[in-house]
Write a protein that binds this ligand. Structure first.
Ligand code: IPM
Ligand code: MG
Length: 359
């Protein structure tokens, strides 16, 4: 097949990890006979430096004319002034919103070879295979916000705000996903305190009633944070609002051993999606060839599956990653120092995965 990919490498380690994913995708194209044409776009800090804004119109146009978007990471100390009107993160939030990618899919699967990379006990993380579906285009990330003075005192506010239809579509998305998996779905909220969570819970309950074959439940977000470390293997699909999903997926990444292992797909109503690792731009590791590219490579696999319909190819990439881990190759974040492990850099890890596709 022929596909057009928008490549937004961004800042920090973004360019190095994206390069590894492209290496792997090139290999997939060669082995399976596809043509992937790429077009680069600026996003985040690098876009601010070049164009004065984090998401230039040209970048949006590149994404609109592509079948999928591969993204690295945005942000860094250079642009970190909290008072700045223009911030790298605006690029990321902007492109998610612009493409209406309301469902952020973050799978947490523990490789049997990385059981000891997690700070949690191996018997707790063994067999974990869960997916967090995070609402991505609404909630407190996009609600009204501001600062004001009350007397002499400075105050600020952000608003968590959801429309019933926004909750319904993302919960439906999660239910469809659960139906193809182990048929369990949990909606996460804070309905004992927040009005927006009570609406969320009502809407989720209505959607659940249309899926009688699924085992469904509601969990309060604080309890969920605890269950994720106590019994992560019991979860199948978890669905939650934007902020809760942001927080709980960083927590959940520790189940898999490292932020550097978790891919994500941001999807909407169509097949166009945005694929990025869940981690940030890690500026202190930029350019040092130490970053783990596996989350981005696995995001590429998700892209093959969800946007391009290439299931066999996606599986080949995931199998190649498994093989590399089975053979003991580790970037520093997942390297335990055990004698059977070989520590490798970013580019070498990309080569190792690419070489194992098609064999
Ligand atoms: C993520 C990141 C982003 C988010 C930041 C960089 C804006 O933490 O994708 O989880 O909060 O969504
Ligand atoms: Mg985050």
């Amino acid at each position: 097949m022929q596909a057009k990919l928008a490549v937004l490498a961004g800042d920090g380690i973004g360019p190095e990890i994206v390069q590894q994913a492209l290496k792997v995708l090139d290999r997939v194209a060669q082995v399976f006979g596809h043509q992937f044409e790429t077009e680069d776009g600026l996003i985040g800090g690098i876009a601010i430096d070049a164009k004065g804004i984090a998401l230039p119109d040209e970048t949006v146009e590149i994404c609109h004319r592509s079948d999928a978007v591969l993204l690295g990471a945005v942000g860094g100390p250079k642009w970190d002034n909290p008072r700045a009107a223009v911030r790298p993160e605006q690029g990321l939030l902007g492109i998610r919103k612009e493409l209406d990618l309301f469902a952020n899919v973050r799978p947490v699967k523990v490789s049997p070879y990385l059981l000891h990379a997690s700070p949690l006990r191996p018997d707790v993380v063994a067999g974990v295979d869960l997916v967090v579906v995070r609402e991505l285009t609404s909630g407190i990330y996009f609600g009204k916000r501001g600062r004001y003075l009350e007397g002499e005192e400075e105050r600020a506010f952000d608003t968590m705000d959801y429309a019933r239809s926004e909750v319904e579509r993302v919960v439906r998305f999660a239910c469809e996903m659960a139906a193809k998996r182990r048929k369990q779905v949990a909606s996460v909220d804070k309905a004992n305190v927040l009005e927006v969570s009570r609406l969320w819970r009502e809407a989720a309950t209505d959607v659940f009633s249309a899926y009688p074959a699924l085992q469904s439940e509601h969990i309060l977000v604080d309890a969920c944070a605890m269950f994720l470390v106590r019994r992560p293997a019991t979860f199948d699909v978890l669905v939650m609002g934007n902020l809760f999903g942001d927080v709980l997926t960083d927590e959940a990444s520790m189940i898999a051993g490292s932020m550097g292992m978790l891919p994500s797909a941001s999807l909407g109503a169509g097949t166009v999606g945005l694929y990025e690792p869940i981690h940030g731009s890690a500026p202190k590791y930029a350019g040092l060839d130490v970053a783990n590219p596996l989350a981005t490579i696995l995001s590429g696999a998700m892209m093959l599956r969800h946007s391009l319909g290439l299931e066999k190819e996606a599986t080949a990439v995931e199998a190649a990653v498994d093989k590399v881990l089975a053979e003991g190759y580790r970037t520093r974040d997942i390297h335990s120092g055990a004698p059977e492990e070989t520590k490798v850099g970013t580019a070498a890890m990309g080569d190792l995965v690419a070489e194992r596709i098609g064999y």
